[in-house]
Design a protein. Sequence first.
Length: 475
Amino acid sequence: MVPRQRIVFIVALALSIAIAIQLTLNELNVLGVVSFSVFSTLARKRLLAVEFFALCGLYLFWLIQFRPKTIPSRFTELSMPASLFLAVSWLSHPVTNDIYMYLQYGLMSLNGVNPYLTKARDFGSSLSNLVDWNYSSTYGVVSLILFAIPAKLAEVNLFLGVYGFKLICVGFHILNSYLIWKILKAKDYRDKVTLAYLLSPVLLFEQVTEAHLDVFLCTALIAIDQFLKTRRYLLALVATGTGFLTKTLPIIWIPLIGVFLIRQRRWQTIGKFLLISSIVVFVLFFTLLPSIDAWKSLLNPAVEGRRVGSWHRLLGMGLIEMSVPSSTQEIILTSFQRFTAVLFAIYYAITLYRIYRNRSTLEDQLMVEIGWLTLALFAVATPWYLPWYATVLLPISVLNLQAPIFAIASFAFSLIGTATALGLEWVRYPFGIILTTILTMGSPFFILLLRPKIMAFMKVRSLRETEGELPQMMR
């Protein structure tokens, strides 16, 4: 490690430790375990914002400047510098209460209570008072399995359960990084991209520190990508179905893969997947999902009519500031939601048509279409948006760098979303929310506007690198 890289590494690690200590002390203070009143709440939030923005800045500097001096032959050798960051992220206590909800659903299933028919707080446990989302489970059966072991530990001690689940999450994050490293073995940017994924402040915060389920969805996406590109289409569909049984988002990817296979007349593959799906649905209907209400629970009906982190939220705030009557507000907001849903449906239909008609569309292009569709859903048609949703875009982008605009848009969308949500929380209401939403939701559109300039810049840079390599090749 060269001196400049060593300095960046030490400063970034120090910032990570400082952020982890603050987050953990804040949460322990909320839980009543310790008293943390050295600084005011506002001062702590401002300090945290400065630290996280600085960490993201160092990460961007490293991405631009990093040039590996040696080529590691093993993943363990490559990932060694990341081990301290992984440990710090694991030790940091989650800020959101989602992890308590995961453990509560796990306890419910372990005690024979159906989490798809019973609200979280209707089941009495040591976690009930920590759960602030009193609805039935929106997560699939695969998630319930992953919740079960740490939930059992939570019966012994709350922190055993929390850090047990976080250990699973850090294990999956390392697994995802390893799979990316294996898949990119023929690429000269393999090591840099793998380290960029492994050390991403967004992924470390959202998927390891906060322990959000999207880390498992990233594993499913990596599997889908690899199975499609190796033309193991049935396994790709099964991986997509498994993703749906983890979190419902993959349900929008299945038609895209289906149309792609219909174009290729892969009737046998489609038939096998339909048979497998029918068996799974049949088993679930007679076990965990015995009614329409139970199946509806997977679609998260609790967020119906709620708006967070989206254009819908901004419109609602604007209507309130203009003192528009509540009945009129609801009409306008409902109409706007329908309008964005129609826009997304039109884009969805165009994407399906393009996949079906364009016989030159290959598997890697199909993955990019899946990525763009998901990004469009988040940035346009989702009234209830939270920053960790965007992390599922990152494995698609790093495995498909032949689509640089999508990769840059996904990177900007996820990084700005997490950084502003955490870093601008202290800004006075409503300016913090307005700034966070505009910067996050506007970032993909800004990248698309800059597309010609970005492509021209990348072309010039590629030519310069080629010219620089020619003299070395002629020696």
